[in-house]
Ligand binder design. Sequence first.
Ligand code: ZN
Length: 275
Amino acid sequence: MAMPEKPENEDRRMARVGDTTADLLARWGFDPDNVAILPERHPQYRECERHGRYAISIVDEQGVVRYRSPVCPVCAAEQASRRLMESAAIPKRYIDCGFDNYVVDLPGQQTVLEVCREYAEHFEEHARHGDCLIFCGNPGTGKNHLASAIARTVLAKGHSVLHTTAYDLIARIRETWKGSDHGREREVICGFAEVGLLMIDEVGKTFGSDGERIHLFEVIDHRYRDLRPTIILSNEDVEGVERYLGTAAFDRLCQGGGLLRFDWESHRRGRRGVR
Ligand SMILES: [Zn+2]
């Protein structure tokens, strides 16, 4: 097959593939010497620099050649995932963060990786129970990396994901106060409540007035009642997060969920479920 065939062989081979090919040739006015449409010459392949060979044509059950989009399917899937991540408002520097490129040097990192991977892979089950996660720890310990890896997996399963900061969430709700339309506030809170998975980053970074805590609590509580999972990311320690959110919201988030310390010296796990 690798060697170029002589024209007389082509005739015999064309007779063998039968009427379909002959019909096609006649119908489309192809030069019979042009063998590109012969089913035996398919599938044809192209080469992606990053992912290697991919088929750009197939032969269907009737022996007809069907062309596919000449775009590497892996690249296309990556692009689709990128678009989804953008719509989920994942910060750009985390868009390529997955479970596979999370670097593990310490047992604590292995633990959080396993908990997060399990959570993402069994998201439907966790969502049914409204299981939440709280990530606590200093900046640069990989909280956002793993949150993005969860987002990517959950988006790929077809759920909606929204990444926001506590500051943005509060600002969005407060913006509605400018007008006289008080229904808008409820609308914004419901918007945050309806997302399949909500990630609230930088919890504790804002000054933490009671008014702010009320907004966060409203969103967390609304989601809790609807059994919708929320992931909280904070640079505070566990006590700091509890102090900031208030015990009621903190308890809702811990119920059935996991508390992950990104301190690499010790880690505490969920009160139930995630181990
Ligand atoms: Zn590719």
